[in-house]
Design a protein. Structure first.
Length: 324
């Protein structure tokens, strides 16, 4: 357990630090409140802080308040050391954010007991945070492929367009659909189909940049969000993804089969706010053209909210972007 000890009395500081290290704790120390705050801000956050009440710079209660005002940091259990035994003072210290206190002079065994109590609180807090994070991930994640689910990938698209608007950057969208995937399920069963979906998602993800997003938009449909990516970049990436999926057969036990992927691409630049459904419909319109002209290809459609239907336009006449 990482423990911060703060005391302007050198003898008390040395005694507490020495004994804590004997007990197996990772200890950092400071001689006053200001130095302690610098340690806390620099990180990593200590699990427990043992601090004197009266110190140069920030006092113990003032340091408690600063710690409790921090947002988004792990909980720190705080023990105040004080020569005061006035109930009003002790209440003030607890109100400032301290969890416990020890009155000087104190017995080291009592300090050890208070630390064990603090560790239980910190461990419970960490378990709560881990459980909450696990639930958050489960709520966002497709349980089969472990990529984002429908709602989470749509939220990611909204966030990235909002960011792109502020930074005056484009955002590209790829909507991919496995070709004739119903035949795979009908011929080999859903267990094989599920294994292919898992592998397809992994192959797609391996082609993306660390800050791109991918989600399962439907049964065998995948939506990819590419921040700061123009049409040319998105088309090149879509082609790499198509090859990653189609060039290597999928193997499951004694089954080997090839699967191909059709993709529609579009790019957002304006307007803002924008019609989300229209943007995805534009990519879907490009995907529809691929499906109706041989599958296993990539098509681009210009995003324009003023038009009734998405206008598909090949950005490159090169067959690289339209394989049949």
């Amino acid at each position: 357990m990482r423990v911060l000890v703060v005391d302007d009395d050198p003898l008390t500081l040395h005694m507490v630090v020495y004994r804590l290290r004997q007990w197996g704790h990772d200890v950092v120390s400071a001689h006053d409140g200001d130095a302690a705050w610098e340690i806390i801000e620099a990180g990593p956050t200590p699990n427990v802080a043992i601090m004197d009440w009266m110190m140069p710079g920030m006092s113990g209660p003032q340091l408690c308040k600063c710690i409790r005002e921090q947002a988004g940091v792990p909980y720190m259990y705080i023990i105040l050391l004080t020569g005061r035994n006035n109930p009003e003072d002790l209440i003030a210290g607890l109100d400032a954010g301290a969890d416990d206190y020890l009155t000087k002079p104190f017995h080291l065994g009592e300090l050890d007991a208070r630390l064990r109590a603090g560790k239980r609180i910190v461990d419970l807090q960490n378990e709560l945070i881990a459980t909450r994070e696990s639930l958050r991930i489960q709520a966002m994640q497709d349980p089969l492929t472990q990529i984002l689910n429908h709602g989470a990938i749509v939220d990611a698209l909204l966030r990235e367009v909002d960011r792109a608007h502020r930074q005056h950057q484009p955002v590209s969208v790829i909507l991919g659909d496995l070709d004739a995937f119903k035949t795979v399920n009908d011929s080999f069963g859903h267990i094989v189909g599920d294994q292919i979906l898992i592998e397809v998602a992994e192959r797609m993800r391996s082609c993306l940049r660390s800050y791109d997003s991918i989600g399962r938009y439907g049964g065998e449909e995948f939506l990819m969000v590419l921040p700061n990516s123009d049409a040319d970049q998105a088309l090149s990436l879509a082609e790499r993804i198509r090859l990653a999926v189609s060039n290597t057969p999928f193997r499951y036990k004694n089954i080997e089969l090839s699967v191909t992927l059709s993709q529609g691409v579009t790019t957002w630049r304006e307007p803002y706010p924008f019609p989300l459904e229209r943007l995805i419909q534009t990519a879907d319109g490009a995907l529809y053209l691929v499906k109706n002209t041989g599958r296993n290809g990539v098509e681009y459609a210009h995003f324009d909210v003023c038009e009734d239907e998405p206008v598909a336009a090949m950005m490159h006449p090169n067959p690289l972007f339209r394989s049949q």
